[in-house]
Design a protein around this ligand. Structure first.
Ligand code: ATP
Ligand code: MG
Length: 214
């Protein structure tokens, strides 16, 4: 089966790209998929997360653009999950998009995030592959605190795009602790991540629907 590529991108710094990319990779690995987590961010936060990953958890291979294409082929992954840096634009964005079957765009609820996201989504809406529907694009609301007004505003904002809002992930230290420990919510005991696994269900279902027989 040919490799499928899931790209995580939003040029806005701190929008939740690495959190989303690592957790998607962890979910796929838990489903017995061979996964390569490709780190396009020169700050290498995904690579460092992988170095912290305890050996007994479902394996995720790492890759950086300086490792070369052969190394990627040797892993023969079902899935390539790409974490991208803040500020990705122009040719680098176009190049990353060329590889993608699925694009996930994490959005955090602040006015600054939403303006940057608006610009980004307008931009990629012009790509031929997006217009033709060759790339499935899904928005993910990150760090949602249902008690604040900004969560509702974010929702309204995200609904104004042609792309579906596929999940809301709450603001919780669970993600922060996972990041610290090289883990994902798919690795935690259900009792510790019940609510979060529940929030992931529409996202994983959406990914499954847009994937080729994974
Ligand atoms: N749902 C969440 N709940 C709580 N904290 C979160 C959540 N999602 C992300 N964070 C935290 O927010 C911070 C930014 O998230 P993350 O590093 O994933 O963003 P990013 O888009 O990769 O940032 P950068 O643009 O710098 O690469 C991190 O400290 C992360 O642990
Ligand atoms: Mg990051």
């Amino acid at each position: 089966m040919a490799m499928q590529t899931l790209l995580v991108a939003n040029p806005k710094g701190g929008s939740g790209k690495t959190t989303l990319a690592t957790n998607v990779a962890g979910w796929l690995a838990a489903r017995k998929q061979r996964v390569v987590l490709a780190d396009f961010d020169p700050l290498r936060s995904a690579t460092e997360w992988l170095a912290r990953r305890p050996p007994l958890f479902p394996a995720i291979a790492g890759w950086t653009p300086d490792s070369g294409k052969d190394e990627l082929k040797e892993h023969n992954p079902h899935w390539l999950v790409i974490d991208t840096p803040a500020g990705l634009h122009g040719d680098a964005l176009r190049d990353a998009m060329r590889r993608a079957d699925i694009l996930l765009v994490p959005v955090s609820p602040s006015a600054f995030d939403t303006a940057a996201t608006q610009h980004f989504l307008d931009q990629i809406g012009e790509y031929k592959a997006i217009k033709k529907g060759d790339i499935a694009v899904g928005l993910v609301a990150m760090r949602v605190d249902p008690r604040t007004n900004s969560a509702g505003e974010l929702e309204e904002f995200l609904k104004s795009f042609d792309f579906p809002l596929v999940a809301h992930l709450r603001a919780t230290q669970v993600y922060v602790h996972c990041a610290r420990d090289g883990l994902t919510i798919a690795d935690l005991p259900h009792s510790r991540a019940e609510q979060d696994l529940e929030q992931w269900r529409p996202l994983t279902r959406w990914i499954a629907r847009h994937s080729r027989g994974a």
